[in-house]
Design a protein around this ligand. Structure first.
Ligand code: AP5
Length: 222
């Protein structure tokens, strides 16, 4: 299915809490390509109170999407950097058909196209449990789950040693809206990429390591 070779331009897609960030961190290390998460970029901007952060937070705290023109401009700048010349793994982008079309255009201008879009499937009830028990490091962004992937020392990041936080948008009412927005605006991308023949469908339930293994197998890197 994939073109093969060492360059890999990939997207990981799925509902909130599907495990995109968890899998992307592992895959980017294994494939030696940068992991670019629009959610992480926005959260860093929010922490630093930059104009982008202030603007993005108005949408994120309600579980709405940040407008396409803001997000597309940000991604265009990010994938134009040197480290993306050998590939990338986009996590959380694209999230609308307009963003997917913009990405195609940006890549086409560079003579590139996506190699694969990994779609993680996870039912809503599993998502709710994953997000309610998720904790993350405000410094390095590392993600834990209190039951399935706990830190070595309770409440503290293994890497940075600082207290973990529960994301503001992981409150139940915001999660419900994020899910609604996902099915309305992002789910159509499944068909969009299926038509292009680059969709890689993965069952996102089960052990983190098993899911990672199945993705690598499909990518021909297992
Ligand atoms: P973003 O940060 O991208 O949020 P999301 O898509 O809702 O995804 P999450 O980060 O919540 O979940 P995930 O799939 O990465 O799961 P994780 O690996 O953490 O975006 C946040 C917001 O920014 C958006 O709502 C929007 O407002 C804005 N935004 C971002 N991009 C945008 C764009 N392109 N356009 C417009 N707006 C944009 O896993 C979840 C939990 O489950 C963790 O605790 C983890 O340890 C655990 N876990 C993972 N895998 C497993 C497993 N197999 N078994 C058990 N537990 C597991």
């Amino acid at each position: 299915m994939l073109r093969g070779g060492d360059l890999m331009y990939l997207v990981i897609l799925g509902p909130p809490g599907a495990g995109k960030g968890t899998q992307a961190k592992f895959l980017s290390e294994k494939l030696n390509i940068p992991h670019i998460s629009t959610g992480d970029i926005f959260r860093e901007a929010i922490r630093e109170k930059t104009p982008l952060g202030v603007k993005a937070n108005r949408y994120i705290e309600k579980g709405e999407l940040v407008p396409d023109e803001v997000t597309v401009g940000m991604i265009k700048e990010r994938i134009g950097r040197e480290d993306c010349q050998k590939g990338f793994l986009l996590d959380g982008f694209p999230r609308t058909v307009a963003q997917a079309e913009a990405l195609e255009k940006i890549l086409k201008e560079k003579g590139l196209s996506l190699d694969g879009v990994i779609a993680l499937y996870v039912p809503d009830e599993v998502i709710l449990e994953r997000l309610t028990f998720r904790r993350s490091c405000p410094q390095c962004g590392r993600v834990y789950h209190l039951k399935y992937n706990p830190p070595l020392k309770e409440g503290v990041c293994d890497k940075c040693g600082i207290p973990l936080v529960h994301r503001e948008d992981d409150k139940e009412e915001v999660i419900m809206n994020r899910l609604k927005v996902y099915y309305e605006k992002t789910n159509p991308l499944i068909d969009f990429y299926k038509k292009r023949g680059i969709l890689i469908e993965i069952d996102g339930r089960g052990a983190i390591e098993e899911i990672a293994k199945s993705i690598l197998e499909v990518l021909g890197k297992g």
